[in-house]
Design a protein around this ligand. Structure first.
Ligand code: MTE
Length: 319
């Protein structure tokens, strides 16, 4: 399409914006931006026990953030859950009929108290908390999510790991009839993830059973998932059916699929780029269009709580 450039002598006086109009317009844009910004900033975390929570006994957790939180709609319609398809809207559409009840979880390996537990018994010993965490995906987007869950450290202590337990491995349900995405070999099924035991014992590590005070939506990993906020989102494995304590580093799905792209640690690190995506900045889902991208922080901004786990390690080698 040709672009016609008018010289200043072609422009009629009526087409020229007066200075006062220009300023009024600027003021209007500024005011709208402030209002939009205020609306964005006004999204504050709701305590789990407010507004008909599914978890009336949950307490307001210690670990939280004051940042604007994402809406329930954003958190539940823009998902990665390949068991229900590979596009962002697939999990919300394809997991509608998934029924996560009854559900059981096997605890195996280097522990004094292994067993198979139904979900209700599994959760019962722990104090539920609402914790609002930043959540950063390796693809370069992020959200702030008000989870409901319990401390992974409390769970580990409960099962009494042996001195040989150096790592913990998590496995997602494998059931292609209920999780139709597993009929395609896009990943090695079942999805597995793992942490070093001291990472798992960090007070930030969370076993989540809900969000926004509601039972975990299917697309977010019902009925129970992991949340490790200083690591890229893929470490936060969904719909867990097995937890195994091991002496050796567990095999993790993304690491196995593309070892040059996804390491075992997967700590959020703006200084180590993924081969296909810069990790220096991130786009906060739902932020106003005019808001610049956010600078990604080392360990997703949780360095004070977790940096000591990696003292002396070369983070570009152990990515
Ligand atoms: N867990 C399983 N079982 N399957 C998956 O495909 N995707 C991971 C992680 N956990 C995934 C998973 C990725 S890549 C991300 S970014 C987060 O889940 C997304 O969590 P959310 O949909 O709740 O935002």
């Amino acid at each position: 399409m040709p672009i016609i450039i008018k010289s200043s002598s072609d422009i009629k006086p009526s087409e020229i914006t007066s200075e006062s109009d220009y300023h009024n317009r600027r003021q209007f844009i500024k005011k709208s931006a402030v209002l939009l910004g205020a609306a964005w900033a006004g999204r504050i975390a709701m305590p789990a026990n407010a507004k008909g929570s599914d978890f009336p006994d949950a307490i307001h957790g210690r670990h939280t953030t004051e940042e604007p939180i994402n809406s329930f709609e954003e958190i539940t319609t823009y998902n990665n859950f390949y068991e229900f398809g590979t596009s962002k809207s697939d999990p919300a559409n394809n997991a509608v009929d998934f029924n996560p009840h009854p559900w059981s979880i096997a605890v195996e390996g280097e522990v004094a108290k292994p067993g198979i537990f139904n979900l209700e018994d599994f959760i019962k010993p722990y104090q539920l908390e609402e914790r609002t965490y930043r959540f950063r995906c390796v693809e370069g987007w992020s959200m702030v999510i008000p989870w409901v869950g319990f401390s992974l450290a409390d769970m580990i202590k409960h099962f009494e790991p042996t001195s040989r337990a150096k790592y913990i491995e998590f496995t997602t349900l494998y059931d292609p009839e209920r999780m139709p995405g597993q009929k395609r070999r896009v990943l090695h099924w079942p999805y597995t993830e793992g942490l070093r035991i001291d990472e798992a014992m960090n007070p930030l590590s969370l076993m989540a059973v809900g969000l926004y005070g509601k039972t975990m939506p299917n697309q977010n990993g019902a009925p129970i998932r992991l949340v490790v906020p200083w690591k890229y989102g893929f470490k936060s494995i969904k719909s867990i059916v097995k937890i195994r304590f091991t002496e050796t580093e567990p095999v993790c799905t993304w690491n196995k699929t593309a070892p040059a792209e996804y390491g075992f640690y997967s700590n959020v690190n703006p200084n180590v780029d993924h081969p296909r995506w810069s990790q220096g900045t991130e786009r906060r889902i739902g932020a106003p269009f005019w808001q610049p991208k956010i600078k990604t922080r080392l360990f997703n901004g949780y360095a004070d709580q977790v940096a000591s786990l990696y003292t002396g390690m070369d983070l570009s080698k152990y990515f």
